[in-house]
Write a protein that binds this ligand. Structure first.
Ligand SMILES: Cc1ncc(COP(=O)(O)O)c(C=O)c1O
Length: 402
């Protein structure tokens, strides 16, 4: 049983003793608790796994095998989908529109062979492009409509810029194009409320900003539910809902609100499984840090500073301090603002009383979930104090999609 941070450091240090650093790891005991907690948080909805936040087939298999709540994958590129098909996964939803005709055609052929692959669209051009490819192949292709869930307030776009379809009036003509085509089928609708699911509202040292975000989120939750309901009702009214297989919502950070929407059939979740640094900053839930990486202390430039080999894996998105990797274990180490976590060297200030030797590991957590796997060939799996496996990451498979 891991109790204090000190215990956890000793636990990982012993379990991973002798492994060459750097390495990335996944704590299977914590991961399993997160998997169970996320299944619970989904209420009566299914959960589709966001592969971008996992990037390791073995982990996705583990999640899918854990409970019937988990169903299908939201993947991010056509090449990734093709790889997942080869790996034996099915029920793939491409979370983002794809354009490259040869890649799409390859997947369409897989649809023809009985695989369940759904393509994301948000405009007539997407629909016509896919229709051309579907017709060329003579195969009926399932599509999902991405409905924008952001909110426009005076002076503030609360959410992300993705789909131009933000109302039933805007969705309708695109839905009608799909329904009218003999080569297309409206399989699902998706709305990703990033301003709720992907935005922390308990960021340390930002009390005012946090309370504004919490207020905006509350307001936005009601608007999102209304917009999604109107789109589903609109589709029902034009007879397009009969074929609809799913209504997908949210992400890890919106499970509490997404599960309350009657029309939603499934919620996407990915980040919560590893629970990286940015996911400590939500007021409504907390999962356990289940993944990280170890770097080795190789020098001591001053008695109160140790320097590690490597360590600088910064997360994508708007640049800010929160995208920096977090020094996790042992407690009492601090990144230096002028250097941060470096490309080859990472100096850390050591709290008085903490004794560390050359060769000791320092464990970090990435700010985001799946990006960790772009830096390492495998995740060393630990359970019950033992290394129990090495799970190859996308990078380890030689795969690099975006
Ligand atoms: C379309 C879409 N759905 C869902 C998610 C949620 O994923 P996660 O649970 O990893 O935050 C994302 C994340 O960016 C996304 O882009």
């Amino acid at each position: 049983m891991q109790t204090t941070m000190k215990d956890t450091y000793a636990y990982y240090k012993t379990a991973f003793a002798g492994l060459p650093m750097p390495f990335a790891f996944v704590d299977l005991d914590r991961l399993d608790r997160n998997i169970a907690a996320i299944a619970q948080a989904a209420g009566h909805k299914k959960v589709r796994i966001a592969s971008k936040s996992i990037r390791c087939p073995e982990i996705m298999r583990r999640i899918l095998a854990s409970s019937p709540v988990y169903q299908g994958i939201m993947c991010y590129t056509a090449d990734e989908a093709a790889m997942l098909i080869r790996e034996g996964f099915d029920d793939l939803l491409l979370g983002y529109p794809q354009w490259q005709p040869d890649r799409i055609a390859e997947l369409v052929r897989s649809v023809g062979e009985g695989r369940s692959i759904t393509f994301m669209v948000d405009c007539a051009e997407h629909v016509q492009h896919l229709e051309r490819i579907a017709a060329e192949q003579g195969i009926v292709v399932p599509l999902c409509l991405d409905v924008d869930m952001s909110a426009d307030y005076p002076g503030l776009h609360f959410g992300v810029w993705r789909s131009p379809l933000a109302s039933w009036e805007q969705v309708r003509p695109v839905a009608e194009l799909i329904i009218a085509s003999p080569w297309l089928k409206l399989d699902g609708i998706m709305g990703y409320e990033a301003q709720i699911a992907g935005l922390g509202d308990q960021v340390p040292g930002k009390p005012l900003k946090n309370s504004v975000i919490r207020w905006l989120k509350k307001r936005s939750i009601a608007e999102v539910a209304k917009r999604r309901r109107e789109v589903v009702e609109g589709l029902e009214a034009i007879g397009a809902s009969e074929e609809l297989r799913f209504v997908n919502a949210g992400g890890t950070g919106s499970m509490d609100s997404s599960r309350l929407e009657a029309c939603v059939t499934e919620i996407t979740a990915g980040s919560g499984f590893y629970s990286p640094g940015l996911f400590d900053a939500y007021s409504g839930f907390r999962y356990e840090p289940a993944a990280g990486y170890a770097v080795e202390i190789v020098r001591r430039p001053r008695p109160d500073i140790v320097t590690c080999m490597g360590g600088g894996y910064t997360a994508s998105g708007a640049v800010g301090i929160e995208k920096q990797a977090q020094v996790y274990l042992p407690e009492g180490l601090e990144l230096l603002p002028l250097e941060g976590a470096g490309e080859v060297q990472t100096p850390l200030r050591v709290k008085r009383g903490l004794s560390l030797s050359l060769g000791d590991p320092v464990f970090f957590r990435h700010a985001k979930a799946g990006e960790l796997c772009e830096r390492f060939l495998q995740l060393v799996a630990v359970s019950n104090g033992q290394v129990v496996g090495e799970y190859v990451t996308y990078r380890g498979m030689g795969a690099c999609f975006v």
